[in-house]
Design a protein around this ligand. Structure first.
Ligand code: GLV
Ligand code: MN
Ligand code: MN
Length: 421
């Protein structure tokens, strides 16, 4: 490893990274060491302000775009070079943990500080991004900030999305933007030279294999739907079962049919109904309306296409007494990361003598959209028992720092690459 790269790697501060993770975990803290920091909530704003204060203390520039993606930049020597980017997200699941997302953001900040402290001059700027609304737990779908940044979706498509309280994303986003005047406004869709995201694995493989670093090769395909069943509310004691338009009964029939559709002897398909809203949601009223989400995933393009395309017909066939509406909320085909970035991450892990292995990602990440616009890769570190989207999510300070060291070396290599041609 080059001496200047080693110098920057040596300046990654495990203690500072852990302290910052601990401080961030106080914002939206819930019992059981968990975090509830929904996108565009007061807690989200507070975490953004804390991140900005750390960035400004080091004189990095801070900018924000129209969907609230937050950018922290250390300048490069070539004023025409697009930034080499790293980052992740600061929002969490409603009962999330202390590491999903925020680790990638704070590892990125740690790397910027380490590179700065080493006085490294890079050709490309290095830019940390905190993507808006990665989780989609409050405003569906997930990975919204990166979808808009990469022009995969227009911002206008999301403005009317409402949370469970009926608050529109447009209003929550406007409040968030107004609350961070210290960040200068910047255009959407600025070019990126490359992107590497660091994340806890959210699965058990690294821990089981005794490896510190996952060199991520790609992300499995993902299809999301909202299914709405429209029935008629009536009295539970007086209405004959044969005469009902029971939206909940039909929704359950549809869910059972979807379980049959996605049954898989190899246990590779991932199928989840994680959200259900029942109206009027009273024990003695027949349900007039049910909304439930569908999340189905598979790494093989043909399989996820077949399963995703079968969701609506399967639901329609199962719903016998009510009317039904199926809305696609997300369609992400499997993605394969850039081989040069994958090799760069692998080289960095090797040079740092960290046990590592190649692996695909089961969870979705903003890296999926970034892979459409620039060479992209990811670095995973182990998390305890693979548990995530759960208050009990846990990882060790040593592994988290190791991921940041690999990120330092891999980013520096990319940031010093000469222009092609
Ligand atoms: C992101 O958290 C996902 O749903 O994979
Ligand atoms: Mn995440
Ligand atoms: Mn997550």
């Amino acid at each position: 490893m080059r001496e200047d790269v080693q110098d920057a790697v040596n300046r990654v501060d495990q203690h500072r990274l852990w302290q910052r993770l601990t401080e961030m975990a106080q914002i939206g803290a819930i019992p059981g060491s968990g975090v509830n920091r929904a996108a565009f909530s007061d807690e989200d704003v507070e975490s953004r302000k804390l991140l900005i204060s750390w960035a400004r203390a080091r004189n990095f520039t801070v900018a924000i775009d129209a969907i609230g993606n937050l950018f922290i930049r250390r300048a490069g020597s070539d004023p025409h070079a697009a930034p080499v980017m790293t980052g992740s997200h600061m929002d969490t699941q409603p009962r999330g943990g202390r590491f999903d997302g925020i680790y990638g953001v704070l590892a990125g900040l740690e790397v910027l500080e380490a590179i700065d402290a080493a006085g490294a001059i890079t050709r490309h700027p290095i830019e940390l991004v905190a993507w808006s609304n990665e989780e989609g737990g409050r405003f569906a779908p997930c990975t919204m900030g990166s979808a808009v940044y990469t022009q995969a979706k227009p911002l206008s498509e999301f403005l009317a999305v409402k949370d469970n309280e009926g608050i529109a994303l447009e209003d929550a986003l406007a409040r968030t933007l107004a609350a961070t005047p210290e960040a200068e406004k910047r255009e959407l869709n600025a070019p990126a030279a490359a992107y590497i995201e660091t994340h806890i694995e959210q699965g058990p493989l690294l821990e089981q294999e005794g490896k510190t670093i996952g060199v991520v090769t790609g992300i499995q395909g993902l299809r999301w739907f909202n299914v709405e069943v429209f029935g008629e509310s009536a009295h539970a004691g007086t209405t004959r079962v044969g005469a009902r338009k029971d939206a909940l009964r039909d929704a359950i029939a549809a869910i059972n049919a979807l379980h049959e559709l996605t049954r898989d002897a190899t246990d590779t398909v991932r199928f989840t109904i994680g959200r259900m809203l029942v109206t009027p949601n009273s024990p003695n009223s027949i349900a007039s309306h049910v909304l439930f989400s569908v999340d189905v995933r598979h790494p093989d393009p043909a399989t996820i296409a077949r399963l995703g395309d079968a969701v609506e017909p399967t639901v329609r066939k199962a719903v016998k007494h009510c009317s039904v509406k199926v809305t696609v909320t997300l369609h992400d085909d499997p993605c394969v990361f850039d081989s040069a970035v994958v090799e760069g991450v692998e080289r960095a892990a090797q040079a740092l003598k960290l046990p590592h292995q190649r692996m695909p990602s089961g969870a979705s990440h903003d890296a999926m959209y970034m892979a459409r616009v620039c060479p992209t890769g990811m670095i995973f570190v182990p998390c305890e028992r693979g548990i995530s989207h759960n208050e009990a999510e846990n990882a060790t300070p040593e592994d988290l720092a190791a991921g940041a060291r690999v990120l330092t070396a891999a980013l520096l290599e990319l940031a010093n690459r000469e222009p092609r041609g």
